[in-house]
Design a binder for this molecule. Sequence first.
Ligand SMILES: NC(=O)c1ccc[n+]([C@@H]2O[C@H](COP(=O)([O-])OP(=O)(O)OC[C@H]3O[C@@H](n4cnc5c(N)ncnc54)[C@H](OP(=O)(O)O)[C@@H]3O)[C@@H](O)[C@H]2O)c1
Length: 278
Amino acid sequence: MTSSSPRIWFITGISRGLGRALAEEVRAQGDHVVGTTRDGTSDLGAGVHAVPLDLSRSESPATAVRAAHAVHGRLDVVVNNAGYGLLGPIEETRDAEATHLFEVNFFGALRVLQAALPLLRAQGAGHVVNISSIAALAPMAGSGVYAASKAALSALSESLALELVGSGVRVTSVEPGAFRTDFLSPHSLRRTEARLAHYEATSGEAVRALEKLIGQQGGDPRAAARALIQAVRAPEPPLHLVLGADAVGRTRAKLERLGADVSRWEEVSRATGFPRAD
Ligand SMILES: NC(=O)c1ccc[n+]([C@@H]2O[C@H](COP(=O)([O-])OP(=O)(O)OC[C@H]3O[C@@H](n4cnc5c(N)ncnc54)[C@H](OP(=O)(O)O)[C@@H]3O)[C@@H](O)[C@H]2O)c1
C-alpha cells in the first residue's frame, strides 16, 4: 500500500449507530469498508462489503476476519465497534447476564484481534481501534458490569500497544461519552431481570437519568466518526481518544480524584515494601 492508496477498514457492527456512521464517513473520505452485520448483508452501497458476525458465537470472529481479509487481500484498520450495554445494580446482575455481556463486549473483541493481528503484523502496518466507553475510565452507578467489560477492553488496548512496539501496528482505545444512537434504546440495551429496592437511590437514579437522555445525547455519531478517522490518519495517533465534551469532563474529574487518592495515601502506600538492608 502507498500512502495515497485507499485504506481498507474492517468495522464490526455497521448495521446502525457509531459503526454505521463510521462506515459512511470512511466511504465519503475515499477509503473502503468491509463491515460486519449479523446476517452479512448491508444497504450501505458501493465500497461497503458486508460479512456475517455474531460476537456471541465463539467461532464467528475468526471466520469474519478471514472473509473480510479475502475481499481486498489486506486490512489496514480493524475497528472493534459492535457491543451493547447492560443496566442494573451489580448485586442483582445474574451470571448469565454478565457472561453474555463479556462474551460480546470483551471476548468477541479479543477473538477479532487474535484473528486480525497475524495479518496486520505480516503487513508490517495496521491500526487497531477498540471502541470502549467513558464508563471504562469513569464508571457510574447502575452500569457497573458494562463498565467492567469496557474497562477490560481499554486495559487490553494499553497492554497490546506495548506488545506491538516495533511491529508497525498502532492501537487506539476510544472512550465515547453519550452519542445519539440506539445504544440506550430497548432495541440495544439490556436490563438486569432482578430488582432490589435497596439500590433505587443509587443505581435506580442513575438508570432513570440515562432513560431521560434517550434522543437527547449530546454526541453526534458522524462527528465522532470524523474525529476517529482524523486520529487514525494522524502521524502520531492517540492511545486513548476520549470523545465528547461529557467524556472529557468525566475523564478530568476522574484523574483529579485518582491523583488526590494517590497523594493523600502516598506515605502509607510507599511504606509497604520490605525494609531496605542499608
Ligand atoms: N452511543 C453511545 O453513547 C456509546 C457510548 C460509549 C460507548 N459506546 C460503544 O460504542 C459501540 C457502538 O454502539 P452504538 O452506540 O453504535 O450502539 P447501537 O446503535 O446499539 O449499535 C450497536 C451495534 O453493535 C452490533 N452488535 C451488538 N451485539 C452484537 C453481537 N452479539 N454480534 C454482532 N454485532 C452486535 C449491533 O448489531 P445489530 O443491529 O445486529 O444488533 C449494532 O450494529 C458499542 O461498543 C458501545 O458499547 C456507545
